[in-house]
Design a protein around this ligand. Structure first.
Ligand code: CTP
Ligand code: MG
Length: 231
């Protein structure tokens, strides 16, 4: 029996934003009239693609219940974990009764509010017939150096180097299995790396450069500029 897969979104939003050095986690900083997290969730919800958006939130988070979107019927709240991968796994567990093994999950960082509907559509259209799935990624415009002790020891072949963005799109069953198997592994910094450890070869889909992750203070005005440009 063939079954048309459903799509689910998972949003890890349980980080503390240490590098941002703000008075609150960066997903709650305000940007063009809304918090970063509200922008991110509204971009995902606007696509109307997802059966639900499962959001991982720190159990001590006082900000989340104050946002109207936390009560949206398409939004589920899961407890955040120690590392990003733990938060993603928790958000996957929150849909375990509803998602099928072959369903698609798009994992998207809360800290990437400039994601466009066009890039979400491109990722889905590019990968929906793929066995494994894949990620949005960017090629590097700069020449890349391999460095040891402050000195250059080689130049990397740029054709083989891509920067991993989100969303990352994988099958529910396989993603959950891969993340469960890699709990505590510091090398697993995104979903693709968990599947790579299982010998799989996720695809890359070239995304837009404005899909930045807000990480440091200087990223905030840049994200504001992109959001205003996109409106
Ligand atoms: N994240 C999470 N659970 C964690 C750590 C991170 O859900 N235990 C989320 C963050 O909220 C963010 C995304 O994963 O949306 C990407 O992580 P990152 O940019 O590293 O955010 P923080 O961990 O919050 O920032 P920092 O590393 O500077 O502390
Ligand atoms: Mg972090």
């Amino acid at each position: 029996m063939t079954h048309t897969p459903s799509y689910w979104a998972v949003v890890p939003a349980a980080g503390v934003g240490k590098r941002m050095q703000a008075d609150r986690p960066k997903q709650y900083l305000e940007l063009v009239g809304k918090t970063v997290l509200e922008h991110t969730l509204s971009r995902l919800l606007q696509t109307k693609v997802f059966s639900a958006v499962s959001v991982a939130i720190s159990v001590e988070d006082p900000y989340w219940p104050e946002l109207a979107v936390s009560k949206n019927e398409c939004v589920l709240t899961a407890p955040g974990g120690k590392e990003r991968a733990d938060s993603v796994l928790s958000a996957l567990q929150a849909i375990s009764g509803r998602a099928s093994e072959q369903d698609w999950v798009l994992v998207h960082d809360a800290a990437r509010p400039c994601i466009t509907a066009a890039d979400i559509r491109l990722l889905i259209d590019s990968l929906q017939d793929d066995e494994v799935g894949g990620i949005l990624a960017l090629s590097s415009h700069d020449t890349l150096k391999s460095v040891e002790g402050g000195s250059i020891v080689g130049t990397l072949d740029r054709a083989h180097i891509w920067r991993a963005l989100t969303p990352q799109m994988f099958r529910y069953g396989r993603l959950k299995q891969a993340l469960e198997a890699s709990v505590g592994n510091p090398a697993v910094t995104d979903e693709a790396s968990a599947l790579e450890l299982f010998g799989m070869r996720p695809k890359i889909v070239e995304g837009r450069p404005d899909n930045i992750k807000i990480t440091r203070p200087e990223d905030l005005p840049l994200a504001q500029f992109y959001l205003e440009q996109q409106q």
